[in-house]
Design a protein around this ligand. Sequence first.
Ligand code: ADP
Ligand code: MG
Length: 686
Amino acid sequence: MSVKSDLISLKGVGGKLLEKLHKIDVFSKQDLLFHLPYKYQDRTQIIPLKLLKANMAGVVQGRVTSSHVMFGKKRSLLVRLSDENGSVGLRFYFFTKGQQGQFKEGNIIRCYGEIRPGQSGFEIYHPEYQVLKLLNTPLDNTLTPLYPTTDGLTQNKVRLLVEQVIADRESIIAELLPASLLEQYKLPTLVDALNVIHHPQRQDDIQQLLVGNHPAQKRLAIEELLAHHLSLKKHRAILKQQHSIAFKDLGVFKQKLIDTLPFDLTNAQNKVIQEIADDLSVASPMLRLVQGDVGSGKTLVATLSALQVIEHGFQVAMMAPTEILAEQHYDNFTAWLEPLGIKVAWLVGKQTKKQREEALALVASGEAKMVVGTHALFQDAVEFYNLALAIIDEQHRFGVDQRLALKEKGKHGHVHQLTMTATPIPRTLAMSAYADLDCSVIDELPPGRTPIKTTLIAQPRRPQVVERVKVACDEGKQIYWVCTLIDENEEMELEAAQKTYENLTVQLSPHKVGLVHGKMKSKQKAQIMHEFKRGDIKVLVATTVIEVGVDVPNASVMIIENPERLGLSQLHQLRGRVGRGRQESFCILMYGEQVSQIGKERLQVMRETNDGFVIAQKDLEIRGPGEVLGTRQTGAMQFKIADLVRDQALLPQIEQLAAAIIRDYPQNMEALIKRWLSDSARFAQV
Ligand code: ADP
Ligand code: MG
């Protein structure tokens, strides 16, 4: 970071102070203007002593009526202040002789602090105070802001600095939203907004400010969201200008595959396949996100789309977040594509050297037209013959940089990108998080699926659950038993799964129980999955590794232990592993005894709906966008002021505003992005 800073011209700023300011991310006058209070104190009026209540904070004033050193458990100075109708105690555990002298009987004291119930009635511990010469010494006339700060940097110091930049604000920051738009959207100017936030005058202002509802805050949030949106749009515009190969939709392979399927495509699948086909048939990169609830048939959509590229002799790569999934895709693709004469290769981390070399050769020679794998696909050693389409499954689990790495593997123009997510993303959130992508939604499940019946059961009723599982096994059903993460601790999760596995093996005998977890060798894992798919294993105990994508149609019951530890969207994902066949499916959420009332209510949502979009919206409200988008994506979604949940209602305006800026004021775009996005965030997006 450069040391040269315009802060130096502020009164009282030197090297030491600069360092402290850097610690709170203040590098310039503009940063200081955007260093916003997290709280306000009202020092504009005196609270009469008889109106004091516990926990209120404010200014009180009175005459000293007594002052004693008390010898209780701990020595303290207790000063009693009184006004006409009431009194309050000031208590000091640390005090000097000089201070004792200030509290002479009859002296007028004004102080600020928080009211607590104490031994002598209401007390204020260690208040800030001053001895007044005049009873009516003027009070502050604006609310006092409290700023985020750091060791050795006092509130007062920050306030004084902010005062200086506020006074000079017009020359420090430019207004980047045109007057016509401000008027149209009824927004205050930036300088007015900042002035109110640093200096709220009225009680109404604070109430609104504290909940983040003040027009001044909205103005800043809108500008920040707008900047992010513009940055994504810009990124998109740059990508769209790249050249990609256009693949005319011949449809021969597609039809051949469709003819072999034992079912018809849903209307939603057909619609999305068409949207992708249109993208692929122009010479500009496809940037499309497909959303669809679990079981909506995304894999097939991806496969049919891949055929459009393969038909022209080009390669397609499909990236999955886990080895289990990569393998499952590999099985599907092999079954679907090899009859059409299309070679499929796969690449995962734990292959043997020989397997890996063979796969690499197939990929490099272009013999394999469809390549599936985990992030092993990104490695430098992987050289494609002519990669033209990258499909990313369950995209929220990959970081932006990983997506980029795969894109670079194309040699014949820019690789088309298709991303698929099984976590439905509420529309408003998608609009801001994925403004650089076109969005398709598979909003229909294949017919004949029976909705999953979900029940909530408390842990102590575990024996009954085991009994039910046993009956289900006797009836030839297959069951998932999922153990969730304990305190983010994988070791303990494993232990719990291991124990459950051992217990169930005994309790359910002679039915075979299997165990699969993340720490297992992939070969072992694959073997267990295979046995489960074949129906040899009746009950599969699993950690959350089975979370995404696994498809075993005969599995119709799922038990989830301690579901309260997971987000709703994650639970929905898990639950989506059952309900894929014809028989009625059940999901039992076996919650722990310590679960809170709110936690239980949250779980009720799972009982009430099977709609992933409804569940995602609830999750967004309860746990925030990080949960819904997946943790790795959130790095690029960190806002200084905006809050995607609180500010949801603003999002449609952001889209319109962005369109207006791009159309009529393109010169402001760059400055807006620069003001709000850190260098690293900007870098990550381009
Ligand atoms: P997703 O990835 O969207 O969760 P999958 O692609 O794994 O769903 O599909 C789930 C199951 O549904 C698979 O067994 C798949 O073969 C099957 N399937 C896909 N499309 C249809 C359809 N139109 N009708 C019936 N079954 C389908
Ligand atoms: Mg899937």
